[in-house]
Design a protein around this ligand. Sequence first.
Ligand code: ADP
Ligand code: MG
Length: 749
Amino acid sequence: MTDCSPLAVAMEEEESTATAMDVEESPSTSIAPRDPPKIQRLEESVVNRIAAGEVIQRPVSAVKELVENSLDADSTSISVTVKDGGLKLIQVSDDGHGIRREDLPILCERHTTSKLSKYEDLFSLSSMGFRGEALASMTYVAHVTVTTITKGQIHGHRVSYRDGVMEHEPKACAAVKGTQIMVENLFYNMIARRKTLQNSADDYGKIVDLLSRMAIHHNNVSFSCRKHGAVKADVHSVVSSSRLDSIRSVYGVSVAKSLIKVEVSSGESSGCAFDMEGFVSNSNYVAKKTILVLFINDRLVECSALKRAIEIVYAATLPKASKPFVYMSINLPREHVDINIHPTKKEVSLLNQEIMIEMIQSEVELKLRNTNDTRTFQEQKVEYIQSTLKSSRSDTPVSPLPSGQKTPKVPVHKMVRTDSSDPAGRLHAFLQPKPHNLPDTVSSLSAVRSSIRQRRNPKETADLSSVQELLSGVDSCCHPGLLETVRNCTYVGMADDVFALVQYQTHLYLANVVNLSKELMYQQTLRRFAHFNAIQLSDPAPLSELILLALQEEDLDPENNEKDHLKERIAEMNTELLMEKVEMLEEYFSVFIDSDGNLSRLPVILDQYTPDMDRVPEFLLCLGNDVEWEDEKACFQGVSAAIGNFYAMHPPLLPNPSGDGVRFYYTKTSEKSSQENPALGGNVEMESVLDQDLLSDAETAWAQREWSIQHVLFPSMRLFLKPPASMASNGTFVKVASLEKLYKIFERC
Ligand code: ADP
Ligand code: MG
């Protein structure tokens, strides 16, 4: 030990001095090439210290290892004391089976363990540890003292360790059942690490957080955690038979009473066997940060993809409580999990992750919808919305209100927006409130499951080889670099109406959200093919009128009545064509048109996302005009592309009111007021008035879109999008800056 501590200090300090010297010496070294440096074998003590620094990165990692050892020793009570954020002292005491006297000499050597004897044991292991590295590592970076007693002994033993070996023979001492391990002066020989940790005093917080998480999962063990010398414990849990009780005792009553139980049992047939059970918060729980306490096969892990996926569900169903508290315990067959990953690797990526996440998402969504009766959901409030402006072209609205029914005034932010600037009255079709315990939702869950099954076993659905071909096409066109970028980029904000600014590593990109969302929706349509959940429109709208509306919109000269007849004829023909395809549209795409020719149902392409209903007419026209119906593959592709285009996150039809677009809300108003009011004799009021209602509609629409881009589009893209190579060159992704270069420029300023 004495020989290596100065060396380690030198090692850490060398890094900084080396760079300084390199810079100074570079002119001479660049002229005469150096001889290759000699390769030497590192001393074992150096190797051990380097390894130790990896296993024990900070105080909280030492606590985790010690507590896991206590759990492995069948303890029922574990208490932790911490001084100075863990740097001065970490003490973990348990009432487990203790350590034999004869094992003490090798206890802290590297690769000594009681949990594994041959490699195959790894696959049937139920303990947390198995590498025999944790205690050894601690002795290389701290002073470790162990006091332990085993069953039947009259006294215990105490011994201290340095660098893997005992400092003296174990001494007999009085002891209570179990083991107590003291780790003092952590990183005493790693000056740089100690300094960085001293500056951030947050490790105690991390330790409390760790023990809180452990405590709610291992509810058959009582945990406590306190600062050295403090009377009151910051974590204190008692053994309890109910998980909810342990959550109550650790996270408090208010958290526990806002929880809903969730469960998934996937069964073998889904191709990915797993069980999940847990609790998620309801709308009463409002917090600034999501807490996801996740255990996979009893190991505490992190999984950012799952976290994001759950956040998406909340953002869409409970926007005001969108940062949930979630506890989940997932169990997979042992042989499906590779536990032999890096000792500190807490983040996991699971086999069949996407399928698991989707199933968990549907369960959470289902439970939130069914259980929450104190608040209704955004879309449940949307029953019927009348255009705020009256129609001037048509006497009868597209979907008249049933007589006697009064339209409740719905706050704008709760509406799915209509384009109230359109005098033709556009579409009055909105989401229907879903009754509680709707059998539909249950069947929608089974639809999700069967879609997952089908994705696992494409052959199960007979005639879908063309869809599989299209999906393989998506895979084979995928650009690996863009995929990496999309998966790991951070959304910065919208740069304009179409481009979002995103950061990936040190680069900034402009990303075209219309193109990206169109592609994502297209791909999701193919993936969910024939297994969609449905959006029910509360007022079925007649196809022919919708198509006519789209044709009128396309027309640059709407005053020319001569063409009206022609448009009606085209609308009729398109309607007839679509009526011939209703069965297929319903079965494969969940686009439902009833026998009277009314559109009444649309597919859910991305959970938690409703398309802009103003684009329904254009969508139907596009189905009629652009789809190649005769060839199966081309037809599926065409319909999926039309759906992709419809669901894409286009800029809203109302101009963006921030900036110049606001002018629109002045001029329109003065014209409209004259049209609406014949008493004015068609005189346009010259004074421009701001139409507040329209403006606030527009503001809501734009804000909602930006919200969806950030909270639905980007997270879903990270999970599902396979960006085609064309996106690298067609302007969808444009690199605008490299931060390193920017920093260099700023440095010079
Ligand atoms: P691992 O947990 O991977 O086996 P560790 O270095 O963490 O390696 O521990 C080495 C061994 O020390 C364990 O296998 C176990 O037998 C013993 N041990 C450590 N801590 C305890 C404890 N609190 N109670 C009983 N035995 C322990
Ligand atoms: Mg261990």
